[in-house]
Ligand binder design. Sequence first.
Ligand SMILES: [Zn+2]
Length: 135
Amino acid sequence: MYCKNCGKELKEDDAFCSSCGTAVNGSSNNDENASQKTADYYTNQIYNEPNRNTNKSSFNTFSIVGFVLAFFSGILGLIFSILGYNQAKREGTPTGLALAGIIISIITIILAIVLVIVFMNALYYYIATNPDFYV
Ligand SMILES: [Zn+2]
């Protein structure tokens, strides 16, 4: 390539003309465009990637409701969590919250059953050891 100002032949990696000192625009300008494109690419990565991740990790309403209900009502929590799990599968979103809701619901149901059994046993024991209970 040649200097735009004086026409002297330039080396490939020259930033300035060795004859007149004019800045060489040719290849260095291309480099700037390339680095600008790289900067744009990373800017897009930074600003678009988290949004995409947020969308990906967003949970559907059924999963959230199911997860919350799981702590209070095992059966309702289980129903909503299964609905949430099916919806998450269909939409391709994470099923983690729905699965957690299903597991917690099952634990809540088991705990409720155990509590009822313990309570009934205690009640039967109380009745058996207190004959005047019915009086
Ligand atoms: Zn020159």
